[in-house]
Design a protein around this ligand. Structure first.
Ligand SMILES: *[C@@H]1O[C@H](CO)[C@@H](O)[C@H](O)[C@H]1NC(C)=O
Ligand SMILES: *[C@@H]1O[C@H](CO)[C@@H](O)[C@H](O)[C@H]1NC(C)=O
Ligand SMILES: *[C@@H]1O[C@H](CO)[C@@H](O)[C@H](O)[C@H]1NC(C)=O
Ligand SMILES: *[C@@H]1O[C@H](CO)[C@@H](O)[C@H](O)[C@H]1NC(C)=O
Ligand SMILES: *[C@@H]1O[C@H](CO)[C@@H](O)[C@H](O)[C@H]1NC(C)=O
Ligand SMILES: *[C@@H]1O[C@H](CO)[C@@H](O)[C@H](O)[C@H]1NC(C)=O
Length: 487
């Protein structure tokens, strides 16, 4: 890729264009779909998110991985999951796995630039060894979850509690996590010494399943008929209120004008759990656009365009170098997949990226889509694309899909998987963003080119690190908490 000259340009310009060392607030909405925000869907009540999005730049082609841990690995390290062994679904709580320790994480770099670094929310990059946990990967403070899909109130994940404050077990006090995380963020902002900048990574639990929300938020959606979708929508509004509370605190502390805010989903909406990506195709766990084209925007310090849209391609791996660029630094690690896109976003000019990998999964039964690449306007999918291949309208009952066994790995039938084994699909995403027209038979020349590109990337792939569960991780050995110490 032609990144070398760009990197020089970016390093020179970031100090002239950007504000030096702004505070950085990196907000993640878990499993939020393309069509789950008010600025795209009038049924959704998200005034705070909409206001922020319109105060800056909506990122209209900002891609993430089809599921959670891989996206987070990309943000923190700047490396693709398929080069990190994290391409196969997510890290399960009892798997002895964590994101490769030989990679420098985003907060570690920001600390070198003088930032105070805080993380509140969901980690999901492994915790079996204490070296894997947020405090030893660059965060001065950490409050939240090691793994995923906890109860929003009790913080139970299976048989264990998953709730931590720095290296300690935290006491779940029954508060809904959106409120609890917002409150913690407000405390940190209120106590912040403004002589140094902060980086706050705020990966909310909302709006991942389980579908749980205080009734007052559900009641905002009397116009939604489907109960699941009504509750899910309430979860989105609780998240929106949490974000509103935090921005209010930033304003009260006069920090808003010097804070850069990035908001992104970690993958598309999850169809069986009422997330919605319409009109995009598919959803979480697929390599279709509905699973990978994130709801995202950027606003605040250094962003001068208002109510703008950026259609340049960004991939999750770009955020590490891009945010460091925004902070006035410029890592140029040899071989990193991410590109510093700061200047291109700031000026709404052509993206430095024309190609990226949606996923490359070498395991025999990939749930997350076997292989897909975007190059220029075209996208090639090789093999199984993932389990939700259609177009799903909101407020429609997909009872058949609300079936736990359908997303457990074991339930993907070998027959279905093999049906796709030798299939390819080709789409022109610029002309057909909703992936209705498979061009693979019409354009075998492009198929061949993109397959050759995929094969090039395959040479860099490391084997998926997806071992069986380890009994030693059982919370019963750690006072009932999911805890490090067993790998
Ligand atoms: C955002 O992307 C969609 C899908 O490609 C496109 O239809 C839409 O026009 C874009 N929005 C803007 C404002 O450019
Ligand atoms: C870091 O870890 C990754 C994933 O295990 C591996 O592929 C890579 O070679 C390692 N890099 C170095 C410099 O050791
Ligand atoms: C937002 O702040 C108000 C006022 O303090 C509080 O009542 C509410 O629970 C907060 N909401 C969230 C989601 O944090
Ligand atoms: C804020 O930080 C500066 C620089 O480190 C220090 O001199 C000052 O005492 C701090 N202020 C407070 C209130 O802690
Ligand atoms: C944003 O721009 C659109 C048209 O491009 C306009 O309809 C809308 O009112 C603007 N919103 C704000 C908050 O400025
Ligand atoms: C869930 O899906 C599995 C696998 O397709 C099927 O065998 C089962 O009958 C479904 N259960 C319900 C309640 O629909």
């Amino acid at each position: 890729m032609k990144t070398v000259s760009f990197l020089i340009l970016v390093q020179l310009s970031s100090s002239t264009f950007g504000q030096i060392r702004p505070n950085i607030l990196f907000i993640v909405a878990d499993d939020l779909g393309w069509n789950d925000v008010g600025f795209r869907n009038p049924d959704m009540i998200t005034p705070n998110i909409d206001k922020l999005a319109h105060s800056g730049i909506i990122l209209n082609q900002s891609y993430v991985q089809p599921v959670c841990s891989p996206s987070r690995n990309s943000w923190m390290s700047g490396y693709y999951p398929f080069r990190s062994g994290l391409q196969h679904i997510v890290i399960r709580p009892a798997q002895p796995v964590c994101a490769p320790l030989n990679r420098t994480f985003l907060p570690q770099e920001l600390k070198k630039l003088g930032y105070k670094t805080h993380m509140i929310g969901k980690w999901h990059l492994g915790f079996c060894n204490v070296a894997c946990t947020p405090n030893l990967r660059g965060f001065d403070t950490f409050f939240g979850y090691y793994t995923d899909a906890e109860d929003y109130y009790t913080k139970m994940k299976g048989d264990g509690i998953d709730f931590h404050e720095n290296f300690e077990k935290a006491k779940p006090d029954g508060e809904y996590s959106a409120n609890q995380f917002a409150k913690r963020a407000q405390e940190i902002i209120n106590n912040h010494n403004s002589s140094e900048p902060f980086f706050m990574y705020l990966p909310f639990q909302s709006v991942h399943e389980p579908i749980e929300v205080p009734k007052k938020y559900e009641d905002m959606y009397k116009h939604i008929k489907n109960k699941g979708r009504r509750q899910f929508s309430g979860m989105v509004s609780a998240l929106d209120e949490a974000i509103g509370n935090i921005t209010k605190t930033l304003e009260e502390q006069h920090l808003m004008q010097n804070t850069l805010i990035l908001f992104t989903a970690d993958n598309g909406g999850w169809i069986p759990y009422f997330g919605n990506n319409y009109p995009l195709r598919g959803g979480k766990i697929t390599v279709f656009e509905g699973g990978t084209r994130a709801t995202a925007f950027i606003t605040g310090a250094g962003i001068t365009y208002r109510n703008a849209t950026y259609n340049g391609i960004i991939h999750a791996v770009d955020w590490m170098p891009t945010l460091i660029g925004a902070a006035g630094g410029g890592p140029t690690y040899d071989g990193m997949d991410g590109i510093n896109q700061w200047i291109f976003i700031q000026t709404l000019s052509d993206s430095a990226r024309s190609e990226f990998i949606y996923n490359l999964d070498d395991t025999p039964f990939p749930l997350t889509g076997k292989a897909a690449i975007r190059s220029g306007d075209y996208k090639l999918i090789e093999g199984y694309p993932g389990p939700y291949p259609n177009w799903y309208k909101p407020d429609t009952v997909y009872e058949g899909l609300y079936n736990k066994s359908l997303y457990e790995e074991q339930s993907i039938s070998e027959v279905e998987f093999k049906m796709y084994a030798d299939k390819v699909m080709l789409f022109n995403i610029a002309e057909d963003p909703t992936e209705h027209f498979d061009l693979s038979e019409k354009r075998p020349d492009i198929v061949k080119n993109l397959q050759a590109r995929l094969d090039e990337y395959r040479k860099q792939m490391v084997k998926a690190n997806y071992p069986p569960n380890d009994k030693n991780g059982d919370p019963k050995y750690y006072d009932g908490y999911w805890s490090p110490g067993w790998c």
